[in-house]
Design a binder for this molecule. Structure first.
Ligand SMILES: CC(C)(COP(=O)(O)OP(=O)(O)OC[C@H]1O[C@@H](n2cnc3c(N)ncnc32)[C@H](O)[C@@H]1OP(=O)(O)O)[C@@H](O)C(=O)NCCC(=O)NCCS
Length: 207
């Protein structure tokens, strides 16, 4: 049966439970292709979790087809790098567009909708939105299933790291970054030699 072309919209707090269901459905199928059984179970529990801050900020997107959510993902002007990183005082701090990278967060595509360009579409939407707010860089911590998508979208891998989830189970990830092409006419001289990540990422342990 022909499936309707998914439509992109900004997610709202009312979408929270449906978004989280989509994340978990996607992760339950796709994580075991890269992580062992225990790691996958922990990642489904702690990584595939909605971050309400993204919904209230209006920086999270969903793609809907025939009334069903088939993909989600977003970006953040806040300091939290990934869901499941534990709580930190700085999580809700607003990043400075001139000197700090906006974060790309929580990309999930339903397994039967992968490799159709939906992930890329959301990443492009995130980049455009961050650019409009004056950000010059994007940064993220990719789970292993996410790495090919981000490479295809022009991100550079910085470092392979291991993160501890809330139950102590460790999973491999890759910190990545991408320079955002400036808006026409904007003064976008990049900062040089800046540290992109908190000790969490470079040290490989939870804050
Ligand atoms: C990562 C994920 C979001 C990718 O979504 P997607 O919609 O399948 O990605 P796209 O179709 O937009 O892929 C764009 C390009 O990325 C690359 N790519 C994406 N997934 C890939 C894979 N599994 N293997 C190889 N290349 C891949 C390809 O170059 C692809 O272009 P192509 O299909 O024309 O070759 C999806 O696999 C997913 O939900 N994974 C589980 C959750 C997760 O790990 N998310 C990342 C959190 S950081």
């Amino acid at each position: 049966m022909e499936r309707a072309e998914p439509m992109l919209r900004v997610a709202t707090p009312d979408d929270a439970s449906r978004v989280e269901a989509l994340m978990k459905e996607s992760a339950a199928v796709l994580f075991p292709r890269y992580y062992d059984e225990r790691q996958s179970a922990s990642a489904v529990r702690y990584v595939a979790q909605i971050d309400p801050m993204l919904l209230t900020d209006g920086t999270y997107f969903v793609l809907e087809s025939d009334g069903q959510l088939v993909a989600c993902g977003g970006w953040s002007r806040r300091d939290r790098l990934y869901t499941g990183s534990g709580e930190s005082e700085d999580d809700s701090r607003t990043l400075d567009p001139a000197t700090e990278p906006a974060k790309v967060r929580a990309m999930f595509v339903r397994a039967d909708w992968t490799r159709r360009g939906l992930g890329r579409r959301i990443v492009e939407e995130c980049e455009a939105a961050a650019r409009r707010e004056g950000y010059r860089q994007l940064a993220l911590l990719a789970t292993l299933p996410g790495v090919p998508l981000y490479l295809a979208c022009g991100f550079q891998p910085l470092e392979e790291i291991e993160v501890a989830l809330s139950d102590g189970v460790r999973i491999a990830g890759v910190s990545m970054e991408k320079a955002i092409d400036p808006l026409e006419g904007a003064n976008n001289t990049p900062e040089v030699g800046r540290e992109l990540f908190q000790p969490l990422a470079v040290g490989g342990l939870r804050r």
